[in-house]
Design a protein around this ligand. Structure first.
Ligand code: UDX
Length: 478
């Protein structure tokens, strides 16, 4: 009898994120979800990010557990010991752009593992033509909210409608009517930060507009969101990009799939962190009364100047509340005056805890944490939604301006202190989310957390959408 033919190799998906914490984190979660369903994954990382990611031994061990998962590292164009200040993104972006074609050619030509499709960060629109020329289907992944993506998409309409350019400070509270589905929500103040220009030929505005419209040329779009959270924006995007997969919140979706698959590795404890995680803050939280702490973190990119740092500091101290504050080693734009540092230490001993990097998902789920003072990065926002925790938002740039408005006005899950950094406002708003309005926000948080759970549970919208995405990938010819 002839032996039966060997089974065909699993589809091979190449995943290509921008080299930043807020992008690598959700794209790794997606990669793991696909690996869990038996797909062969090549995850492209810059050497610098890879080195930082793998400082945590458990990260290597976790991905080693998948037989068809591998990392492929590339240079970001800078020496490993370069300090990489905030503006290194442009250098790196241009370098990556210049090496993508040979990189894809090499991956496609590798014997024995033909590439089925590429899932590239939606910021890398240059990948679309390169993949198409090689005959490989390409799917875009945007790490921002659906509402922000939709706002970016509507920039040409905003210009046509006269909402842009913003006329000046007096125009900031003008309601924007040219973003269908979000007519009651957005003021000029809530538009993405790069819309705040008087000259419409501004390069960043032009670049983001073109880049966003280019997404329609990809085979599909993946968003880290769920239908019950951002329904209006999601249905609008679907009219332009029918092949839309909303499969978030990814961190929660991964946990849901892992727990329904008994042989899988335990859920990851940290958010694929690029910094050393200070777990001492969890022991500190364990000693605090239930719902007594405000967690403060401005994500992985935001830098505070001396004034803003001082105002947050004084506002937090004056609020009389307990707090856990993440102050990354590189989060101060200038060195902090000694007096503030001294005060920081004193107040820390009394009712605060300051760390360089926290296990954020775990912190937000902790019973001692009542609320989150955040820069409204999309990953942080989703993590807070999943934990049902109210937010006090201080958006810094880009999509964060839209996200904070969703929190305060669409979901009524907190307060937005956009464009203001003043100790009295911080104090009042911290007491608002932790005191006067805590019941109202807790109720909204419980509803959203339940909806998030349902979306990523078996038969939920994100669960079903991921199944459809996997079917779509399996149907692609290599
Ligand atoms: C950025 C943008 O702000 C965001 O809107 C976009 O979608 C992705 O890129 P970032 O500013 O870093 O990301 O914020 P955020 O999206 O909130 O991502 C930060 C991640 O770092 C979160 O997953 C958070 O859990 C993690 N984190 C942050 C930690 O694990 N520990 C910390 O101490 C701080």
């Amino acid at each position: 009898m002839d032996p039966s033919p060997p089974p065909p190799p699993p589809p091979h998906v190449v995943i290509f994120p921008l080299a930043a914490q807020g992008h690598v984190n959700p794209m790794l979660k997606l990669a793991e979800l696909l690996a869990l369903s038996g797909l062969h994954i090549t995850f492209i990382n810059t050497e610098h990010i890879h080195h930082r990611l793998l400082q945590h031994a458990e990260v290597q061990a976790r991905f080693d557990a998948y037989p068809y998962f591998r990392f492929k590292t590339i240079s970001d164009g800078l020496p490993m010991d370069h300090p990489r200040p905030g503006d290194y993104f442009t250098t790196t972006f241009n370098h990556i752009k210049s090496i993508t074609k040979p990189l894809f050619e090499e991956l496609v030509a590798a014997p024995g593992q033909p590439v089925t499709c590429i899932i590239a960060d939606g910021i890398f629109t240059f990948t679309i033509d390169i993949a198409r020329d090689l005959g490989v289907p390409i799917i875009a992944f945007r790490t921002i909210s659906a509402s922000s993506f939709w706002a970016y998409f509507c920039i040409p309409r905003m210009i046509e409608n006269g909402d842009l350019p913003i006329k000046g400070d007096e125009d900031m509270d003008h309601i924007v009517t040219s973003v269908p589905g979000m007519e009651d929500i957005l003021r000029c103040r809530d538009l993405p930060s790069f819309c705040r220009v008087s000259d419409l030929s501004d390069w960043l505005l032009q670049y983001v507009t073109t880049q966003t419209l280019q997404t329609t040329r990809a085979r599909a779009l993946i968003l880290n969101s769920f239908d019950q959270l951002e329904g209006p924006a999601i249905s609008q995007i679907r009219t332009h990009i029918p092949n839309l997969y909303t499969i978030g919140p990814l961190h929660s979706h991964l946990k849901s799939r892992l727990s329904s698959s008994p042989s899988s590795p335990p859920p990851p404890s940290a958010s694929n962190s690029l910094w050393e995680v200070e777990r001492s803050c969890i022991s500190w939280l364990d000693e605090q009364p239930p719902k007594s702490v405000i967690y403060v973190s401005f994500g992985s990119i935001t830098t505070l100047n001396r004034h803003d740092f001082g105002e947050f500091w004084q506002g937090l101290v004056n609020s009389g509340r307990r707090f856990l504050w993440v102050v990354r080693p590189d989060s101060l734009a200038e060195s902090c005056p000694g007096a503030v540092q001294e005060e920081l230490r004193e107040a820390t001993a009394e009712r605060g805890c300051v760390v360089g990097w926290a296990p954020q998902e775990e912190v937000l789920q902790h019973g001692a944490v009542a609320a989150f003072l955040t820069h409204s990065g999309w990953n942080s926002t989703l993590e807070s939604v999943v934990a049902g925790k109210p937010m006090l938002c201080w958006p810094f740039l880009a999509d964060q301006q839209v996200n904070s408005r969703l929190v305060s006005h669409a979901w009524k899950l907190g307060l937005d202190m956009k464009d203001v950094c003043d100790r009295e406002v911080v104090e009042r708003m911290v007491n608002g989310v932790m005191g006067e309005r805590k019941e109202e926000f807790a109720a909204a948080g419980a509803v959203l957390a339940r909806r998030a759970r349902e979306a990523v549970g078996e038969g939920g919208s994100s669960w079903d959408n991921l199944d459809r995405l996997i079917e779509d990938i399996r149907s692609m010819k290599t």
